[in-house]
Design a protein around this ligand. Structure first.
Ligand code: PLP
Length: 374
């Protein structure tokens, strides 16, 4: 098997004609001939090229590309049925909370939330559950879970274990190799990496789950379009190079913020002070490109929400551009207040997604934003 950086460049299935280096965009809804392909809601060669590459990168046998990360999560939640209990990380993407609390709970599925970094708490809460969906690192508090330990707990209790691997990507973390049953991605973020498409993915090794996902995707009709499949695959070709730069810039920003008098907590799993997470960190080969921090003074909040010369104030993460997000009023606005307070999402909290600019320019921009209010 090749290394991940090689796989990201060469992975994916040939389309069968002329041996193109970049796969053709099969922009067609239907196919004649009744052969391998019949209708693009069900399957499409461009989507197959992407799915094949995703499977190879995540060490899985079956991959599914969806029209968004939330469509991918929708498909995974569709594996459970009325009366089932689903356990989720309590610190998680706001949309995942919304799909659970506002949509699936209407159909008699019980959702519970717990700190998946805390193994003994998670172990108790797993009793009677059908599915565990964990983020690691979590969004936005960057908590790192012991995925191997969670996987073995789930196996013992017959719980399906799904991991949202959006933040680290297969370049830095391979949940299936750690024992997870399912890997989920918002491919909108690092996989595509260019702020130009919304997409999602699910990868598994479990044939029974794959059969169900095939039926779910084909029936719900939320598979990724041929053009967007092509965009995501194009993004993946440079994924490993980009992840290195995202991470290098995250270290630069985390070190700078840690030394700034107007900044309180800086949360980045790569920082030395997060030694308690060392064991768990060893399950990944990198820490990613997202840094979360608190400012000491509320007066700075308004200033940071204007962005900088380089840094844009905008939702999302994982693209070429450095973005600063205010979880309380943006990504996590829909979480109940009690949950936000427990997790620590306060008005003073910001999330930074480091882009591909020169790290010195990003740090200078941050400095100007923080010092600009004197
Ligand atoms: C953005 C995000 C999602 C949702 O993905 P979309 O592509 O926006 O639907 C899910 N999980 C995580 C961790 C995310 O960051």
């Amino acid at each position: 098997m090749f290394e991940k950086d090689t796989l990201s460049v060469i992975g994916g299935k040939d389309c069968g004609c002329f041996d193109p280096i970049s796969p053709p965009i099969f922009q067609t809804s239907t196919f004649g001939g009744g052969e391998e392909y019949s209708y693009s809601r069900i399957s499409n060669p461009t989507r197959d090229a992407l799915q094949n590459c995703l499977a190879e990168l995540e060490n899985g046998r079956f991959a599914f590309a969806f029209s968004s990360g939330l469509a991918a999560i929708n498909a995974v939640l569709s594996l459970v049925k009325q009366g089932d209990k689903v356990l989720l990380s309590d610190d998680l993407y706001g949309g995942t909370y919304r799909i659970a609390a506002n949509i699936f709970s209407k159909y008699g599925i019980a959702f519970e939330f717990c700190d998946t970094q805390n193994i003994s708490e998670t172990e108790k809460r797993l009793d009677g559950a059908r599915l565990l969906l964990a983020e690691s690192p979590t969004n936005p508090m960057m908590k790192v879970a012991d995925l191997k330990e969670l996987a073995s707990l789930c196996r013992g209790k017959g719980v399906i274990f799904a991991v949202d691997n959006t933040f680290l990507t297969p370049i830095f973390q391979n949940p299936l190799l750690l024992g997870a049953d399912i890997v989920i991605h918002s491919a909108t973020k690092y996989l595509s990496g260019h702020h130009d498409t919304v997409a999602g993915a699910v990868v598994t090794n479990d044939e029974a789950i794959a059969l169900q996902l095939t039926a779910i995707s084909g029936t719900l009709g939320n598979a990724l379009s041929p053009f967007d499949s092509w965009l995501v695959l194009r993004g993946i070709r440079t994924l490993s190079l980009r992840m290195e730069r995202h991470q290098e810039n995250a270290f630069a920003a985390a070190h700078f913020l840690s030394s700034h008098p107007k900044v309180g907590r800086v949360i980045y799993p790569g920082l030395a002070e997060h030694e308690g997470q060392r064991e768990r960190r060893l399950q990944s080969s990198g820490f990613g490109g997202v840094v979360t921090f608190d400012v000491n003074d509320l007066s700075l909040v308004k200033r940071l929400k204007k962005g900088g010369k380089i840094i844009k104030f905008a939702e999302s993460l994982g693209g070429f551009r450095t973005l600063i997000t205010h979880p309380l009023t943006q990504t996590h606005a829909s979480l109940p207040q009690e949950m936000r307070e427990r997790i620590g999402i306060t008005e003073r909290l910001f999330r930074l997604s480091l882009g591909l600019e020169n790290g010195r320019d990003i740090v200078a921009d941050l400095k100007e934003m923080l010092d600009g209010c004197d």
